[in-house]
Design a protein around this ligand. Structure first.
Ligand code: URA
Length: 289
């Protein structure tokens, strides 16, 4: 990188704009942390006493022992670092099962500390729209605008979603909208499979409690999770599937393309249009329109 002389100091606004354009839009600490240096330091350090004796007892080397025994890096909540992900998912399942209403579920999720995404998100994005509606739409995870407002689909893809709903005579008073993941992944990265599994019981309970007549999944991740298919969204979309709640209620699901994908691939809007015409026909058939 070129050095900067005294009178060539970068404008901090330009630097921030550069970071934002590169997707670096979350400051997690006052100072940058060099994670590479941390892990190099841990690898170089002798294994702590407890780790050494355990390895000796087992009679086999464990490459990761020193790293696992090392103190958790700063900024990471101790609870999520210390408890394995399966335990977090089990805790989420137990807690979600206790919610008798959507309000209770929201409160339970607000108190849940088992998902690391909560530590970096500004807000929990639970839902928008009408929980009594016959149509429920489920996206993937909140983005920056949703995180700031605490509501799903309020950014550019939300505006497109509103136009799509309007095209079939619906709006946020006649639809209920949520996401698989209620906390924004930092920098809008894709949620990890662990994060998705930890949050799965919450969205499943939210669907069961809202009890819509028709479910629309927006994008591949929510389709895969809620219809339990490994197929890609371009294969899944446009075909009716089902989602079965823990109570055995079978809900018809229309997987469709995510509005953010449609913004990047406007030629595919016609596919989403066909999918939503199917949704409209299904709602008519069920007496909801
Ligand atoms: N994308 C999603 O999947 N959900 C939102 O709420 C916003 C963008």
């Amino acid at each position: 990188m070129a050095s900067i002389s005294g009178n060539e100091r970068p404008d901090l606004r330009d630097l921030l704009a550069f970071y934002a354009a590169a997707g670096v839009d979350d400051a997690l600490a006052e100072e940058p942390i060099d994670r590479f240096a941390e892990s190099a330091q841990r690898q170089a350090a002798p294994a702590p006493e407890a780790a050494r004796s355990t390895q000796a007892d087992l009679g086999r080397p464990d490459r990761n022992m020193a790293e696992r025994a090392a103190p958790p890096p700063p900024q990471r909540p101790a609870a999520s670092a210390a408890v394995p992900d399966e335990a977090q998912a089990a805790a989420a399942r137990e807690l979600a099962g206790k919610a008798a209403t959507l309000d209770e579920l929201r409160q339970i999720m607000e108190g849940f500390e088992g998902c690391n995404l909560k530590a970096t998100a500004k807000s929990m994005v639970f839902a928008d729209g009408n929980p009594e509606a016959d149509l429920m739409l489920v996206g993937e995870a909140p983005g920056r605008d949703e995180d700031l407002e605490g509501l799903p689909f309020v950014g550019r893809s939300g505006q497109l979603l509103d136009r799509i709903l309007a095209a079939i005579g619906l709006d946020r008073k006649s639809a209920y909208i949520a996401n698989v993941i209620p906390w924004r992944p930092p920098g809008n990265r894709t949620p990890t499979p662990h994060e998705t599994e930890i949050c799965r019981p919450f969205i499943e309970r939210q669907i069961a409690l809202a009890n819509p007549k028709v479910l629309v999944t927006l994008g591949g991740p929510s389709a895969k999770l809620l219809v339990g298919s490994p197929d890609g969204i371009l294969r899944l979309r446009g075909n009716w599937k089902t989602h079965t709640t823990a109570q055995g209620t079978v809900i018809p699901v229309m997987p469709t393309l995510h509005p953010a994908y449609l913004l990047r691939n406007p030629a595919h809007k016609k596919l989403a249009w066909r999918d939503f015409l199917e949704v409209k026909a299904k709602l008519r058939e069920l007496g909801s329109l």
